[in-house]
Design a binder for this molecule. Structure first.
Ligand code: LHQ
Length: 263
């Protein structure tokens, strides 16, 4: 796989993906989208990978769409931004939202436009203290995309979601934490080690059980209590058949640390 816009490595069951166009604050052009799609396909096909860690290189996490990319430049002919969403952003958000392993996003700097909403599609979002989240779309006459209109009201309520979407006001990392938009804030220089520690933890955990937890929590937004109780019954039944459940109980009874295989 030839990669020029994304860095990718798998070590000790952790897939690390780094958006890598630092001179453009890791904004997305077509090349970066295509490479990220290849990388995500490789991760999905590799059953040794048990956690995904997404971050950005340089001083930004991701400034959303590269506004210089000819695919989105308004010119004489009408530009079809729906095409870009349908073919690039939406598949990425669908993958991040349904992938079974935990996905950590280490937001190392500004996350604007689609960049903010890609981060918020991840399971555990930790941000550098200097990071900011900006729903920049309104400044361009556009609509929050990449799942923004779905996830923002669910995470922070309609009042805050509406205000930051209509005003484009930057949300600081501290504010994002206080609002429940993200999981944690750490000093900038501590972000890589904190993200690695969480990734290392997940790499040894019962991956299938974690997948059921993720699916159940995400489904709860659209389910009644009755539906959710049925879902919990079904997922618990499936989780109870995994090797890791057997190992977890055995380790508890034998007063030792479990050795989970993710199976
Ligand atoms: C960039 C960008 C950028 C190109 C910084 N593009 N160069 C989906 C489908 C189709 C079409 C449209 O959109 C979408 C979804 C979206 O994501 S729409 C939202 C697009 N993103 C934005 O509107 C954010 C634009 N960027 C900014 O507002 C600022 O750059 C932020 C607030 C992110 C950071 O500000 P600063 O820290 O002051 O950095 P800077 O503005 O100086 O940027 C550094 C360089 O990166 C600079 O280049 P230069 O050659 O002057 O050093 C910028 O032009 C470039 N850059 N974002 N999205």
């Amino acid at each position: 796989m030839e990669l020029n816009n994304v860095l990718f490595e798998v070590t000790d069951r952790v897939a690390r993906v780094t958006l890598n166009r630092p001179e453009k604050l890791n904004s997305f052009n077509e090349g970066m989208h295509r490479e990220l799609q290849q990388v995500m396909d490789a991760i999905l096909a590799d059953d040794t990978v048990r956690v995904l860690l997404l971050t950005g290189s340089g001083r930004g996490f991701c400034a959303g769409q590269d506004l210089d990319d000819r695919k989105v430049l308004p010119g004489e002919a009408p530009v079809d931004l729906g095409y870009t969403l349908e073919n690039y952003y939406n598949p990425l958000i669908r993958t991040l939202s349904t992938i079974e392993m935990p996905v950590i996003c280490a937001v190392n700097g500004v996350a604007a436009g689609a960049g903010a909403n890609i981060a918020l599609a991840c399971d555990i979002v930790i941000a550098a203290r200097s990071a900011k989240f900006i729903q920049a779309f309104c400044k361009l006459g556009l609509v929050p995309d990449s799942g923004g209109t779905y996830i923002l009201p669910r995470l922070i309520g309609r009042a805050r979601a509406t205000a930051i979407s209509l005003l484009g006001t930057p949300v600081t990392a501290e504010q994002a934490l206080e609002w429940g938009l993200i999981w944690d804030v750490v000093d900038d220089d501590k972000l890589p080690e904190e993200a690695d520690a969480i990734a290392g933890h997940f790499s040894t955990q019962p991956t299938k059980g974690l997948a059921y937890i993720k699916k159940a929590l995400r489904a709860s937004f659209d389910n009644s209590l009755d539906q959710q109780l049925d879902l919990e019954r079904d997922y618990q039944r499936a989780a109870g058949l995994t090797d890791d459940y057997r190992e977890g109980v055995a380790a508890f009874l034998e007063k030792r640390q479990p050795k989970f295989t993710g199976k």
